[in-house]
Design a protein around this ligand. Structure first.
Ligand code: HEC
Ligand code: HEC
Ligand code: HEC
Length: 133
C-alpha cells in the first residue's frame, strides 16, 4: 500500500513535469501580445481607445476619401492634420508591421489583405525608389 501510494505520487509529479511546458504556453497564449508601437510620438491619429475600436473603419474612410473624393488630408478630432495614407502615415509611426499590426492581428486571428498591395515598412526600405503617394 505504502509503495503504491508513493508510485502514484511519483507518477503525478512526473506528469506535472512533462506537461508543464503546455501549461506554461497555455498561460502565455491567453495573455495579450506585447506590442511595439514603433515611435517616440505619444499620440495616435485619434485616442487609443478610438483606434483600438475603429482603426479599420478609419482606414476604410481614408481609402474612400482618397480614391473617391480625391481628398488627402484628414483633420483629427484635436485639429491635427494627417495625410490619409496607410503606408505613409500609419507605418511612419508604427514602424514595424510585424511587431505591431501583425502581433495583434495574429493573436486575434484577423488577416487584413492590405499588404498584398500596400508596402509594409520593411519592404519600403528595399523599394525606396517607389514614388510617394
Ligand atoms: C488590390 C490591391 C489593394 C489592396 C488589397 C488594398 N489596397 Fe488600398 N489602395 C490600392 C491602390 C492602388 C490605391 C491607390 C494609391 C493612391 O492613389 O494613393 C490604394 C489606396 C489606399 C488608401 C489611400 C492612399 C494611401 O496611400 O494609403 C488607403 C488608406 C488604403 N488604400 C487602405 C487600404 C486598406 C486598409 C486595405 C486593406 C483592408 C487596402 N487598402 C487594400 C490598392 C489596394
Ligand atoms: C503620429 C504617430 C502615429 C500615427 C500617424 C499613427 N499612430 Fe497609431 N498609435 C500611435 C501611438 C503613440 C499609439 C499609442 C497611444 C497610447 O498608448 O496612448 C498608437 C496606438 C494605436 C493603436 C492601439 C494600440 C494598442 O496598444 O491597443 C492602433 C490600433 C493604432 N495606433 C493604429 C494606427 C493606424 C491604423 C494608423 C493609421 C491610420 C495609425 N495608428 C497612425 C502613434 C501613431
Ligand atoms: C490592439 C490590436 C490591434 C492592432 C495593434 C492593430 N489592429 Fe487592426 N484589427 C484589430 C482587430 C481586433 C480587428 C478586427 C475587427 C473586426 O473583425 O471587426 C482589426 C482589423 C483590421 C482591419 C480590417 C480587416 C478586415 O478584414 O476587416 C484592418 C485593415 C486593420 N486592422 C489594419 C491595421 C493596421 C494597418 C495596423 C497597424 C498599423 C493594425 N490594424 C493594428 C486589432 C488591431
Amino acid at each position: 500500500m505504502y509503495n503504491a501510494g508513493k508510485i502514484i505520487a511519483l507518477i503525478v509529479i512526473f506528469l506535472a513535469l512533462i506537461t508543464s511546458p503546455f501549461w506554461y504556453d497555455f498561460g502565455k497564449s491567453s495573455k495579450a501580445p506585447k506590442l511595439e508601437v514603433g515611435t517616440q510620438e505619444k499620440q495616435c491619429v485619434e485616442s487609443k481607445a478610438f483606434m483600438q475600436a475603429n482603426h479599420m473603419v478609419l482606414l476604410d474612410q481614408w481609402r474612400d476619401q482618397v480614391l473617391r473624393d480625391g481628398k488627402r488630408i484628414y483633420v483629427s478630432s484635436t485639429g491635427k492634420e494627417y495625410k490619409m495614407s496607410l503606408q505613409n502615415t500609419c507605418t511612419k509611426c508604427h514602424s514595424s508591421k510585424t511587431k505591431f499590426c501583425d502581433r495583434c492581428h495574429n493573436y486575434l486571428n484577423v488577416t487584413p489583405n492590405c499588404w498584398d498591395c500596400h508596402i509594409a515598412p520593411k519592404e519600403q526600405e528595399q523599394q525606396a525608389g517607389r514614388s510617394e503617394k
